[in-house]
Structures are given as structure tokens and as C-alpha cells.
Design a protein around this ligand. Sequence first.
Ligand SMILES: CC(C)(COP(=O)(O)OP(=O)(O)OC[C@H]1O[C@@H](n2cnc3c(N)ncnc32)[C@H](O)[C@@H]1OP(=O)(O)O)[C@@H](O)C(=O)NCCC(=O)NCCS
Length: 363
Amino acid sequence: MLPRDVILTGSLILRPLAKEDAEAIVAMCGDPVTARFFPALPHPYEHDHALAYLDRAGRRWEAGGAQFAIVEDGRPCGLLWVSPPDAWNVVSVGYIVAPWARGRGVAATAARGVTDWLFDHGLRRVELQAEVENVASLRVAYKAGFREEGRRREARRLRDGRWADYVLFARLRGEGTPAEEPYLPFFAGGELGDGVVRLVPMAPEDAGDYHRMMAEPSVAAYSLTPPATLEDDERRCRYTGYWWASGQRVELAIRDAASGAFAGHVQLMQVTPVLGQAMIGYSLLPAFRGRGFMTRAVRLLVGWAFANTSLHRIVAGTDAGNTASHAVLERAGFRREGVQRELFPRPDGTRSDDVQWALLRPA
Ligand SMILES: CC(C)(COP(=O)(O)OP(=O)(O)OC[C@H]1O[C@@H](n2cnc3c(N)ncnc32)[C@H](O)[C@@H]1OP(=O)(O)O)[C@@H](O)C(=O)NCCC(=O)NCCS
């Protein structure tokens, strides 16, 4: 059993929960963001629910787990718990931070501190899970030194009946912790723009527009994957924050700045930190072609990437016959580097050549 310690970590104190915490628990668990990411919590959340929670917290300690109040400046500002160990002595941690204390590193500091404490008490593996759309919690996992181990598809059911995917993280005792700084930082103001186009992170609301665009024959002609269902595209849009936070991809809707309409999609993918290289890809709805939208979008994205990441090369691959796309890359400053012969399989069984392009980090 774990000792009912008081843990000091950074400017925080983690202490076992007490009866006096009931009101603070109501405030934290009644918050809509908490309700969104803890679908099993009662909603609305009332005083009796907090009393039942305190009761379960006591039993959690008795079963070998732990349950702390996170206290900052003498005031409870969060909850942190450790599940009882499984047969292999593996535990998992979870946390909630009160709305007024979010965005200041409370959860990351507490999760890192409690995990170090668990290692001091003989545990060797500590797990953490976050829903793919819970970007704040994903960031907490990375900042607390956890490594991603994979995804658990449709692991839990949300209040609206939809099944949600989760990311599984773990820290092992004695293992170094990865860099806390993200390889791909989020856009400082949430989006990029030049007055004509806006680049906005893809969201589930974009799934319908994206789906229709990908089915458009002039777009589908250059797609390497079979047509996705609308459900697949919706799932893809829910992954934007996770892909970004995990340094895998940036997925953006291109919006017409004048009307706000969805005009297309641009992405940074195949991010390879060891090479400092990523690939750009894009598609535009026919109604927005011929107005320089994609050249603007590509310029904005590569400009951001070179200014905010350590990427050195941004590459692109285009079908040899896709002259409109060649013109976009040339206008955005890319240089032709070569041809991969017969790379792209075509629906009719033939293959077409791939022209390779690259833009180097400006000196
Ligand atoms: C998840 C939660 C505990 C985070 O608490 P916190 O104390 O604000 O966490 P931290 O300040 O340590 O880190 C939050 C990070 O997420 C980032 N973040 C928050 N919302 C974000 C968003 N919508 N998009 C991108 N990043 C976001 C913050 O900027 C910060 O990262 P940074 O330090 O790199 O800037 C809090 O939001 C919460 O209680 N949510 C409801 C309950 C919950 O989801 N619990 C976890 C279940 S797995």
C-alpha cells in the first residue's frame, strides 16, 4: 500500500483528500470541460456526488492506489489520483485542474511529481491515458515526461453515444524523459492568414467540406488512397490536435478570408525530426482555383514552419502530369530535385512518375 504522504512538487502541495474538499470537488467536476472528458461523471455534479467521491477516495487508498488534492497557495485547485495496481504492479494516473488554475503547468507539475513519488515507492511502470481530442491533457502527458505507446481505438463511450479514441502513455522508472518542448508548436494566435486566405486547424465541422472535396474527380485523380467514408473523414478531423501535439502532422483548412468559406486543405506530414524534413500536401476546391489561394497557403505554412520549428527541408511530390501543382510549388520557391519513375499507381493499372521538390530553410 502507498503511504498517505504529503508531496511537495514545484510550488504545489499534493495531500490526501479530506472532507473539507467537497465544495472544491463540486466546482472542478461540475465544469463543462471536465464533464466533456469524463463521460462517466454525473452531470450536473452535486454535493452528494462529491461526498460519494470522497468515500471512494478512501477505498482507493485501501486498495493500493492514491487520491490527492492539488493545493496551490493554500487553496485546492485540482485532483490527482492513482489507480490501484494491477497484477503486474502497474498503475495509472489521472487528474482534473479547476478552470481558474488551468494553463499554468499545474497538471504537468503534479503528474510529474506524483510519478517520481511512485517510482520512489517501488513502482516501475506508470500509465496515463487521454482522449485524442483532449489536447490540454496530451500536452500534460508530454510535459510530465510520459512517452506515447499507442492508440486505443474506440476505448470509451461519450455522453452522446459516440465512441472515442484514446492515446496511451507510460513512464518507466529510470528511463530518461523526452523533451518537453513540442517539435511542432501550435500557432501563436490559433491560425495563420494574409488577408486573402486563412489557415485554420482542421476541426470535425470541416469533415463534410473536406469529404466533398476529396470526392471531386480532379482531386480524387491524384489521391493515393481509396475514397474514405464521411465517418472516416470526421475521425480524421478529430485527430488534428493529437497529430500536432505529438509532432506528427499539421492539418489545416484553407478558408477564404473574405467569406470564411472552406476553400481547401493543406498539411505538413511525414515529419522526420532526425532529418529536419517534412512533406507538404494540399488540395483546393475547383471554385477557388486560379486565384493564387494555394500559393498563398503554401507560403504561409512554410514561412511558419521555418520560423517556428527546426525543419530544414520541406519537400513535395507531385504527379508528373499535375502542372497546376508544379506552378504552385515554383511560385512558392520550391526547386525541382528529381523524378521517381513510376511511383504512383493509377486506377487503370498504369503508373505515373513523381516529380520531387524541396524548399530549404532560408539562410
Ligand atoms: C487537462 C487539464 C488537467 C490540464 O490542466 P492544466 O493545469 O491546465 O495543464 P498544464 O497547464 O500543465 O498544461 C496544459 C497544456 O495544454 C495546453 N492547452 C490547453 N488547451 C489547449 C488547446 N485547446 N489546444 C492546444 N493546447 C492547449 C496549454 O497551453 C498547456 O501547454 P503548454 O504548457 O505547452 O502551453 C485541465 O484542462 C482539466 O482539468 N481538464 C478537464 C479534466 C481533464 O480533461 N482531465 C484529464 C483527463 S485525461
